[in-house]
Design a protein around this ligand. Sequence first.
Ligand SMILES: Nc1ncnc2c1ncn2[C@@H]1O[C@H](COP(=O)(O)OP(=O)(O)O)[C@@H](O)[C@H]1O
Ligand code: SF4
Ligand SMILES: [Mg+2]
Length: 336
Amino acid sequence: MITGQGITKTFRQRGAVLGGREVRALRGVDFAVGKGGAVSFIGESGCGKTTLGRIVAGLESHDSGEIAIDGVPMSSLRPRARRPYFRRIQLIHQDPYSALNPTRTIHQALAAPLALRARQTGRPGSWIDERAGELLGLVGLDPGYVLPRYPHQLSGGMRQRVVIARALTVDPEMLVADEAVSMIDVSLRLGILALLRDLRERLGVSVLFITHDVATARYLGDDGELYVIYRGRVVERGPVEAVVSGPVHPYTQSLLSAIPVLHGLEEPGAQRVVPTEPLDEGGPDAGCLFARRCPFATGRCTAEVPVLGAAGGFPQEHACFHPERRSVVAAPAGRA
Ligand SMILES: Nc1ncnc2c1ncn2[C@@H]1O[C@H](COP(=O)(O)OP(=O)(O)O)[C@@H](O)[C@H]1O
Ligand code: SF4
Ligand SMILES: [Mg+2]
């Protein structure tokens, strides 16, 4: 179980133009990912998803708040003592090209972490090659073909599978997949998503899926939870199907309204929501952060901060003073 409470992070941008400008990447985010669970974070580019994923994986510090792994608050430990906890959380990022050293074969890429693992667990050296083959099989690759090859000799999809196999060398509890299919050929994406789903089932590994794409979030975690993030704040959170089929926060509704309709096969949802203004990350920080763009804003929205909660009897939590379930997602044509 990995939990976060009140996670905040502010970056101070450097450089001549942006010098000194502060970016509040996360403004107090709470989350929980249970064993074998699937949680997806969605939101527009720049809303803080990658920052959150890196903090969860122990690769980035946060300003305030607490990350707890299996009930142990990380702030209670010295940095060295945190390492074994964070090692169980492995980040898979979007670019499998830069994740692998081009001068090393796949065998070398897997043998190094496995040798460490063998020492940690008191296994013989012969286990290393055996396990490398096993892991490649697990991610759907032929070890005989892949092991002697260099990364450039593999397709993007195969490389991402190798990256996943390498993450599995440490027997992780959780994979953080940050836009893990966005740089992969469209025809190969579904295979990688299916693999992540399969690993959840077979290994009980939990997956934190970070994406700007609702369709992939829905595919990966249809039994999981969806967190919708807007400018560093969670604005809606709940079971994936509840949020996707009946979003109550206007920002979620606008995000879902933007999914293209397959003309002839689908009809747009009955109540599409379009933001009244473009995104302005430097906008005012008071009240609801979405107020300037929200078609339903009232005076209260600019005066008070809406807090994430379960008001209104919906199955999901939301941070909106005027929540209303709207049908915004494309429905198959011909269906009422
Ligand atoms: N290392 C950094 N230095 C300065 N600003 C950063 C840094 N990393 C992220 N940011 C800023 O923080 C915000 C959130 O970024 P990020 O977490 O990458 O968002 P997302 O992954 O949702 O696109 C953005 O405005 C981004 O410019
Ligand atoms: S709180 Fe107000 S401004 Fe914010 S999303 Fe809800 S209706 Fe819109
Ligand atoms: Mg990102």
